[in-house]
Design a protein around this ligand. Sequence first.
Ligand code: AMP
Ligand code: GLY
Length: 427
Amino acid sequence: MKILIVGSGAREHAIAWSLYKDSRVEKIFVAPGNGGISQMGPNVENVAIKATDIDGLIEFSKTNAIDLVVVGPEQPLELGIVNEFEKHNIKIFGPSKEAAQLETSKSYAKNLMKHLSIPTAAFLIFRTHREASAYFHEQDQYPQVIKASGLAGGKGVTIAESKAEALMTLIDLFENKKHGDAANEVIIEECMTGQEASIFAITDGKSYKLLSPAQDHKRIGEGDTGKNTGGMGAYAPPPTFIVNDDVIEKVKKQIIEPVLTFMSEEGNPYKGFLYVGLMIENNQPRVVEFNARLGDPEAQVVLPLLKTSLLDLILASVEERLSDETIELLPKTAATVVMASGGYPDEYKTGNEIIGLDRINNEKGLMVFHAGTRSENSHLVTSGGRVLSVTAIGDTLKEALSHAYRGIEKISFAGAYYRKDIGQKGL
Ligand code: AMP
Ligand code: GLY
């Protein structure tokens, strides 16, 4: 089979790594890919087409007789990449533009949750600055959560600690257009407390299977401080004091099943990966957000724990026969630590040579997934904010973490930054 993976991050590298293990896969193309993906082997190639250039991707797929397309990030989903490929009868894995609204429109997701009585934060939706600020003038209870409804690269959420901060945030969203049209609708939400965790399902629109749950670390600083990032590290599965069978059962019955049934009845069956971001308190999960894809860095721990062939699951989803599949997970723990360019999530330098990767090649249970890397004069250099994601597998979380950190200490580049406390919440 010839497969095209769309995207360029460590998540897409992990998807490529997972699919490459399958003997039926003869060739993998990744558009646009990164410096690490192109070094995976002779049958893996980067293609210089942007993830959002849907016409270009369709043309490439036709010319190269691609059998299956797997979409990593959310932007092409919002543009309707799945709808377009289906028009050309090319097999593609992911939700349609309409189904992806679960992620691409928070107002759609919140209204759907309200309609189905799915546990989530209480909310209001505002379309004008005047009405939203009038609301805050009446409010004395803080913190309150303010969100742009549309996609904002993980930066659209503010937890306002005071009325002044809330009013400033509204100016940024409505007047300064900080997130452009993504903030034409603004959600104001109750601030939930508890432990965050993510649950991942793969679905064919009717039935679904769960991958391992995981816990991400979104803030740049140790102790979950500082700015929000795409994610600085993750581990899977979380311990049972965070996610246990009772919580999983509630997520299935109170969240995933009502959503899939409703979307299917509405004529927008949800196919692909469904990421349920949760806040869990006293064993009760509440939805923070849905994403229409795997998480990054969560994919880098969830996929290495998958014993079943990812290709089998993806094909079963596309061909709507997932109920016949069984899913097996390795009874291990995986941890990943993200190495980022100093300055991220704000300004950072690129073009710094990455040294030491050869020192961890072939080390058992250790995998380096690349994100912002590219080849330059036969050297690997940094090319983005999040640069590498170093994953290790262990019998325990402690073992996985110490293995991942031993790996990361062998790698260096100018200005490298990583959090030293990944996984501490789970110990
Ligand atoms: P999101 O982009 O919706 O995932 O939000 C980013 C982060 O903001 C989440 O991972 C949470 O840490 C936090 N967050 C979002 N909504 C809420 C909420 N209603 N209560 C508490 N924290 C929230
Ligand atoms: N790590 C969070 C996300 O992928 O949205």
